[in-house]
Design a protein around this ligand. Sequence first.
Ligand SMILES: NC(=O)c1ccc[n+]([C@@H]2O[C@H](COP(=O)([O-])OP(=O)(O)OC[C@H]3O[C@@H](n4cnc5c(N)ncnc54)[C@H](O)[C@@H]3O)[C@@H](O)[C@H]2O)c1
Length: 259
Amino acid sequence: MRVKDKVAIVTGGAGAIGREISKLLAIEGAKVVVADLNVEEAKKVVDEINASGHEALAVDLDITKVDKAKQLVEVTLDNFGQIDILVNVAGGSTGPSIKTKIDFFAQSDKERGEEIVNLNLLGTLNCARAVINHMIERHTGKIVSISSTSGTIGMLKGVEYSAAKAGIIGFTRALAKEVAPYGINVNCISPGIVGTPRVLAMVAKERIEEWAKGIKLGRLAKPEEIASVVLFLVSDESSYITGQNIIVDGGLSLGPAGY
Ligand SMILES: NC(=O)c1ccc[n+]([C@@H]2O[C@H](COP(=O)([O-])OP(=O)(O)OC[C@H]3O[C@@H](n4cnc5c(N)ncnc54)[C@H](O)[C@@H]3O)[C@@H](O)[C@H]2O)c1
């Protein structure tokens, strides 16, 4: 087992990618706090983990609220006594936290920018800030955040989202420098396009096929292919990696065909 007896928090743990991360960390020996705005879905993930003989707890979380992030840490410590791992997954360019609609920048307004940055960037900072002093005191910890290739190559109709996800990469590098003396590793992962139910429902089949042609491996990612990289980054196998952005995009960002 690669994270035996560790305690892990997964924000957005009820979502498509978050649930695969939660389940994998539990199978690999961690006690997992599945934290999500949608606590009913989080409970279903916990039931599934418990049914397979592993330990988990569902917690109601809104990452945009500082008090909720603090409560998450308190509840985790009350139940499991320590926090070894924080995986920041909650985010997105649509979904329950976002009221404005996805559109070209020319059609967008300040409200769109605030919502997207507040959820994807400031929400991630809120959760990291809530756990960091505990990790510093214990001289150990792993923080992994989910950025996106939109943060490095940009996403059409995703100017605010791309800016927020690029912010996660900067946050990762800077925090890694600050907390390295305390034995804390801070990294992020940039998935390309993941074939989650939300993506598959939002995008026409022909468009998905078009996207797949631009991906060197010729297909979208599976959520499990992101989860396995998270597991690597929170396990001892990656003990000498910090401040890095691991791109998991099937070659999406490698440039044009034939070059
Ligand atoms: N799906 C993709 O193609 C893709 C690609 C790159 C990066 N990502 C990133 O991966 C992460 C997970 O994406 P997903 O595809 O699993 O999305 P998802 O919508 O399936 O899951 C997101 C989860 O976050 C929760 N959430 C939303 N707002 C929240 C808040 N304020 N507080 C707490 N929880 C909240 C939702 O309830 C949901 O369970 C996101 O950060 C997304 O930006 C996704």
